[in-house]
Write a protein that binds this ligand. Structure first.
Ligand code: ADP
Ligand code: MG
Length: 366
């Protein structure tokens, strides 16, 4: 991969990137400042000084392992949990102590929380009771059309698939035009294939409705695929916030490198923008000095058969679109992913001697 010189700055209009992925949020919608919640006195906080800013129309993912404080953060934003300290501002207004229903925030619950005795249209109309009947019906029908469920208006929730129930829940939430939609693990009740299909659909629906959203997930693939920006959390803290690309390419810590995709961690001695490593002298993605740990993505490493090579293939896994290799070099084992696309070499056998090369910069972590 060609590395661009650091001095070049690209000027890109806010919405120029494809698929509506924004580089920088336009206007601030939500500001979360130092949000903290401790459930048990004396123990560490479930949510610890979490701060971030969400732009108008932006979709952000809170990503992290189970128990890291994602749901608690979302519940505080939604008004379902009181913070011990910190502030939540929505369009500049302090909503920290405001009841849920006064916040202008819609919540899609993990189990969808549909009313079983109401049909689809009644479920979607639920938040529109203040409107004249005809107007409520028209709005609900508009929302059902948006989520592609026009034909199922008379069905009860139990007569729908999981994916359809979720779209009803989304339609019900979007019907009241919330400023912000909160989604907590919205795909966890769907099977793997449905999940992949539904996540792009949900992203499209939110974007089409002009909604801003916060998505809670422990699934890195989901966060990378759906979010404009990701906040990676561990133990109640936000470790890094950035676009999927930034976080994947330039993880701030070892935890982020390992949690978002796979990484090889190798030692190195850094001097500014370069480091000496077991794979030779390599450019760094950010400056460092002294002994460092370096994260290298498996797909950044090139593997070449070489009878004189100083490494050997010790394991192999065929994955259809690519090949995984475990390669032993001295006392270190590297994971390498080699594409099987056009022009790719023949698979390399276990036991074969090889040479490893990196033609990209590596990232100092921790
Ligand atoms: P996540 O959604 O990332 O899995 P949560 O926000 O649900 O994490 O939980 C964060 C931590 O707070 C966990 O250790 C969890 O056990 C604890 N916790 C969450 N809710 C409560 C509660 N109501 N009472 C006590 N502890 C809680
Ligand atoms: Mg949770």
């Amino acid at each position: 991969m060609q590395q661009l010189p650091k001095s070049v700055t690209f000027r890109m209009p806010a919405d120029a990137s494809p698929l509506g992925f924004r580089q920088q949020p336009a206007r601030t919608l939500l500001e979360v400042d130092g949000l903290t919640r401790r459930f048990v006195a004396g123990e560490s906080a479930a949510v610890d000084r979490v701060s971030f800013v969400l732009g108008e129309g932006e979709l952000m993912a809170l990503l992290g392992p189970s128990g890291c404080g994602k749901t608690t953060t979302l519940r505080m934003i939604g008004g379902l949990e009181e913070p011990d300290s910190g502030r939540i501002l929505l369009r500049g207004r302090d909503i920290t102590r405001l009841p849920t229903e006064k916040r202008g925030i819609g919540i899609v619950f993990q189990d969808y929380a549909l009313f079983p005795h109401l049909d689809v249209l009644q479920n979607v109309s639920f938040g529109l009771r203040h409107l004249p009947r005809a107007a409520a019906r028209a709005r609900a029908e508009e929302m059902l059309a948006l989520v592609g469920l026009e034909g199922l208006a008379q069905r009860r929730p139990h007569e729908l698939s999981g994916g359809q129930q979720q779209r009803v829940a989304l339609a019900r939430t979007l019907a009241v035009s919330p400023l912000l939609v909160l989604l907590d693990e919205p795909f966890s009740n769907l099977d793997a294939a449905m999940r992949v299909e539904t996540r792009q659909e949900v992203r499209r629906l939110l974007k089409q409705a002009g909604s801003s959203g916060i998505l809670v997930t422990h699934d890195q693939e989901e966060a990378l695929a759906m979010a404009d920006r990701i906040a990676v959390m561990e133990k109640g803290r936000v470790l890094q916030i950035g676009t999927p690309d930034e976080i994947y390419r330039n993880p701030a810590t070892r935890f982020v490198a390992a949690f978002l995709g796979r990484s090889n961690i190798m030692p190195g001695v850094a001097e500014g923008m370069a480091a000496d490593t077991p794979l030779g002298r390599l450019p760094l993605s950010r400056a460092a000095n002294g002994t460092v740990s370096l994260a290298v993505r498996p797909e950044q490493i090139m593997i070449e058969p070489d009878a004189q090579g100083d490494a050997a293939v010790v394991g192999r896994e065929f994955r259809g679109h690519d090949q995984l290799y475990w390669v032993q070099q001295g006392d270190r084992c590297f994971l390498v992913i080699s594409g099987l696309g056009q022009g790719a070499a023949e698979p390399i056998d276990i036991g074969a001697r090889v040479r490893l090369r990196i033609c990209d910069c590596v990232t100092p972590v921790d």
